[in-house]
Design a protein around this ligand. Structure first.
Ligand SMILES: NC(=O)c1ccc[n+]([C@@H]2O[C@H](COP(=O)([O-])OP(=O)(O)OC[C@H]3O[C@@H](n4cnc5c(N)ncnc54)[C@H](OP(=O)(O)O)[C@@H]3O)[C@@H](O)[C@H]2O)c1
Length: 302
């Protein structure tokens, strides 16, 4: 029989993860949160009767695995509250899902094994997370016994595990945010640039979809250096100058972001061997010119 699970913090990730564990044969004995109505709704989402939902931490005593899916900042106080409740036994496995924090943020856990299990997946809603989680990578960090249990959980969730040191977690999480949250922010910025696009505005962001999908697919299949296209790797100074001028005139708040990304792209283009050093230097000078060159003057350079 699979270990029994109690979910504490039935938000987007907690509901999706627990629903998948239930489908994989893990008995779910408690769904615990601060709001009774939200707890019942979460229990139903997971496929459980209302009776499993509650607001008392003591209901978690019947479980073998305590899945702590609260906000990152609430993890430490929750671990302390669990300790104070007196329900923790050394056989319990405490799991949190923060990409940033190490397992031992769950202090005062009375000798329980502790595991940080972080899905490299985004849970915009519980439904979407449930659909996308199988096949995802999930990072594991913790002591050896916790890691062994985590590997089994990841297998049962249909995922792939990768083991991290506690020290790497801040950089790992920053990298995950770059490819997830910040891609979302970039899409929002791209839409902002087109705020005055008139009737065409209604087609965004959907009109970006094929471009975005291809850029991601090519980056993964070919590697970023070979996947890179666009004015920078082509050495098109005139095009870059036009971008800078238009953004400076109409959306100046986005200029530092555009410059920073263009800088990174210059670096990537240089590394790829596809941009001559003289062109790289010319583009770098244009990028860091405090008053962007007019399209006319830049065009005269090429
Ligand atoms: N969402 C993602 O894409 C994602 C991806 C990977 C990892 N994670 C990790 O998963 C964990 C949960 O994130 P989430 O996105 O699922 O969050 P969420 O949807 O906001 O859900 C958070 C849950 O924690 C509860 N909670 C929040 N603060 C609390 C507090 N101070 N005391 C007690 N309960 C509290 C909330 O209860 P109320 O409903 O009462 O507020 C809710 O049930 C976090 O560690 C996060 O880093 C999330």
């Amino acid at each position: 029989m699979k270990p029994r699970v109690a979910l504490i913090g039935p938000g987007r990730l907690g509901q999706a993860l627990t629903a998948l564990l239930r489908r994989a044969g893990y008995p779910v004995v408690a769904v615990i949160g601060r709001d009774a109505a939200r707890n019942r709704a979460a229990a139903r989402f997971i496929g459980l009767p209302d009776e499993v939902a509650g607001t008392e931490l003591t209901a978690a005593a019947a479980a073998d695995i305590l899945l702590l899916c609260v906000a990152d900042d609430a993890l430490r106080p929750l671990a302390q509250a669990l300790h104070a409740s007196g329900i923790l036994r050394p056989t319990h496995l405490l799991i949190h899902c923060s990409g940033l924090h190490p397992a031992d943020i769950l202090t005062g856990s009375g000798g329980c094994a502790r595991l940080a299990l972080h899905p490299l997946q985004t849970f915009a809603t519980a439904e979407q997370g449930l659909a996308n989680l199988p096949g995802s990578f999930m990072s594991l960090q913790g002591e050896a016994t916790a890691l062994a249990a985590g590997e089994q959980l990841v297998r049962d969730l249909g995922g792939h595990h990768l083991i991290l040191s506690a020290e790497l977690k801040p950089l790992y999480h920053a990298a995950a945010c770059l490819v997830s949250n910040y891609v979302t922010s970039l899409i929002a910025c791209a839409c902002d640039l087109l705020a005055e696009a008139g009737p065409a505005r209604q087609h965004f962001p959907q009109a970006f979809a094929p471009l975005l999908h291809s850029a991601i697919a090519n980056s993964l299949a070919l590697g970023p250096e070979q996947a890179l296209t666009g004015p920078i790797v082509r050495g098109d100074a005139g095009t870059l100058a036009c971008h800078l001028q238009a953004i400076a005139a109409q959306h100046p708040a986005l200029l530092p972001l555009y410059r920073a990304l263009a800088d990174q792209t210059l670096e990537l283009a240089g590394r790829s061997g596809r941009l001559a050093e003289a062109d790289r230097q010319r583009l770098a000078a244009l990028l860091h010119n405090p008053a962007p060159a007019s399209p006319g003057s830049a065009l005269s350079e090429i």
